[in-house]
Design a protein around this ligand. Sequence first.
Ligand SMILES: NC(=O)C1=CN([C@@H]2O[C@H](COP(=O)(O)OP(=O)(O)OC[C@H]3O[C@@H](n4cnc5c(N)ncnc54)[C@H](O)[C@@H]3O)[C@@H](O)[C@H]2O)C=CC1
Ligand SMILES: Nc1nc(=O)c2c([nH]1)NC[C@@H]1CN(c3ccc(C(=O)N[C@@H](CCC(=O)O)C(=O)O)cc3)CN21
Length: 282
Amino acid sequence: MATYTPAQLLEDFSIEMTGKDVPGLLEAAPLIPQGTRINVTFLGNEDLQMRLTASKAVLDGGFIPVPHISARRLTSQAQLEEFLGALQAQGTSTHVFSVGGDPSTPEGPYEDSHDVIKTGLLQQYGAQDISIAGYPEGHPDISDEKLWTAITGKHATLTEQGTPGTILTQFGFDEDPVVAWIEKVRAAGIPYEIRVGVPGPAGIKRLLSFAARFGVASSAGIAKKYGLSLTNLMGTAGPDKFIKRLAKKLDPAKHGVVKLHFYTFGGLTATSEWIRDFKEKL
Ligand SMILES: NC(=O)C1=CN([C@@H]2O[C@H](COP(=O)(O)OP(=O)(O)OC[C@H]3O[C@@H](n4cnc5c(N)ncnc54)[C@H](O)[C@@H]3O)[C@@H](O)[C@H]2O)C=CC1
Ligand SMILES: Nc1nc(=O)c2c([nH]1)NC[C@@H]1CN(c3ccc(C(=O)N[C@@H](CCC(=O)O)C(=O)O)cc3)CN21
């Protein structure tokens, strides 16, 4: 089979920042190709203004902002419309990531991201491309069956609405479940661009702590495969091996359009420098 090259997988990557990291964005901007999608998180410790300011800074830097909208964190329809209206007013509502959100009980009327998509409000406020989440290794609090119903349901609704979708996957350390999951998504007739979640370079301790927080598998075997040393927690690790192995196991004809999405646990600049250096070495 003709597989992806690492360079092809890396083309048009996307990258993530938190609402409060505008200084990090300004520092990293010269390293990031113009037109790159930069996602802006919707974490519990951010407020609406921070998310708006960050999205605007992304746009002003010559990039495509992809603000996250966390269904379970929304307290009302009015709050959703306030956020979308403000995003649209500053020109940052064309791409959004509609995600469930970690609160164990919804804080308002939306139980999940499908509920938000069903309102049609995202498009009413200018969304032209809607990203949804994917979980190649499952989710600690949500059954595989529920996750599957959710992704196929969102695909059906977006198709009815005539809106293109993108899938953004949870980060992981093992490429095999990712490849198997992509095959399952394609078999279900979902043609969306899939952006495989990859952690940027970061301290091993930090990577493992985020993995534990989000229920991402990091057993000794997987950690070793990735290049994480459980005996030397002081080190840092990047996704070199993961990306190279993933590319070799993906065939554009079979797996469709696959790109990378970088979670910047170690900071935007460190990740952007890492991507630049990795590309140069290819
Ligand atoms: N980049 C990010 O910020 C990412 C966040 N996530 C998190 O993954 C989870 C699922 O997101 P989606 O795929 O958009 O799910 P979704 O909104 O499509 O929901 C799928 C199903 O899981 C249930 N559910 C959703 N969140 C839950 C939670 N926190 N606890 C218990 N049940 C829950 C829903 O009721 C629904 O039945 C969320 O907790 C989300 O915040 C996942 C990946 C990336
Ligand atoms: N289930 C789930 N929920 C999430 O919220 C989530 C995922 N999965 N997968 C990965 C992304 C990336 N996420 C995050 C979350 C926090 C920071 C972060 O930098 N947090 C602090 C730094 C301090 C720390 O907690 O170490 C910050 O500055 O906001 C970055 C990315 C959230 N995401």
